[in-house]
Design a protein around this ligand. Sequence first.
Ligand code: NAD
Ligand code: DAU
Length: 338
Amino acid sequence: MAKKVLVTGGAGFIGSNFLNYVLRQRDDWEVVNLDKLTYAGNLENLKEIEEKPNYTFVKGDITNNELVNYLFEKYRFDYVINFAAESHVDRSILGSEVFFRTNVVGTNVLLEASRRFGIEKFLQVSTDEVYGSLGETGLFTEQTPLSPNSPYSSSKAGADLMAKSFHHTYDLPVVITRCSNNYGPYQFPEKLIPLMIINALNDKELPVYGDGLNVRDWIYVIDHNRAVELALENGKPGEVYNVGASREMKNIEIVKLILKILGKPESLIKYVKDRPGHDRRYAIDSSKIQSELGWKPSFEFEEAIVQTVEWYLKNKSWWERIISGEYQKYYETQYGQR
Ligand code: NAD
Ligand code: DAU
């Protein structure tokens, strides 16, 4: 029997890569994509799969109780995968209210509906940022205490705790994945890698926060999505699985690498005011999902970053449409210039 799957936030960066990947190989899933189409949601990302008979798009908000319950009643979902979120740390510093609403209240609405109607598995797509920041050494494990530092990460931690409580209290089969920084096609150009690629292509300054020595642990988006699929189907209810590809990089190294790939000068780099409360270092220990579920990353950073840069070169019209719209206003607010 086909599985009925509710995917939320499927028009965003990771969700659309998930749908493009999963619907190419899974005729045994009937997928409903519920997405509000915020500034970050883009149906252009889903052109390849939108005609598939086992795919339905619904424009709507995960905080809308009535709509969510209507969809559960209509489709009787087996699986729920919650990608929907406000996802950008800098925007959460500019204003946190919508982060609380979508990330906390929205997750609660989905959990309540899942409890009411009954489901086989609820996969909460979370982030390593819930663990806070590391010093020079060490890795985040699933036992690391939650210590989120930004409005974004605290809202994600709130959602994680609520999801865990629904397992503990109601025995709802919830699994949580906590992944490190993703890169790949369709990433909105407010995030480090696409922002730097696009600015470099436009010969604009590359704004590096602080001393540029903050460290992030990078993973190609398809490797993350394979982990989500595996954790959904084989993950043990109530468990958390860290996901990461052990590819730590200082921000300045990434920026210089992008300039090198594009043949652009390092003089484009501009050090700017640091992000308030900027987490210094993230690094993930993913040995649990590797040993218990048999997941491992399959993309090499050196190749996948070049492919990602090439994707942005080939898909200029995709990002030109984005940066000519509302994005201009955000850029001015965040960076004080056009
Ligand atoms: P994104 O901002 O690119 O996409 C978010 C999507 O959610 C958009 O399509 C948006 O329209 C939709 N959305 C937002 N609010 C909604 C609402 N109220 N109702 C319905 N849909 C709504 O984000 P992303 O980078 O693709 O991240 C997806 C998920 O993965 C998030 O939960 C994020 O916390 C998590 N995550 C991201 C990363 C990363 O590196 N980007 C790493 C780990 C975890
Ligand atoms: O770790 C997972 C998280 O990774 C996800 O949960 C978030 O949704 C995702 O946005 C990402 O958060 P970060 O804050 O790490 O990503 P961002 O791309 O915003 O920034 C990466 C690093 O680059 C960070 O140290 C800040 C720095 N940076 C970012 C921007 C946008 C700059 O130096 N200049 C910039 O203009």
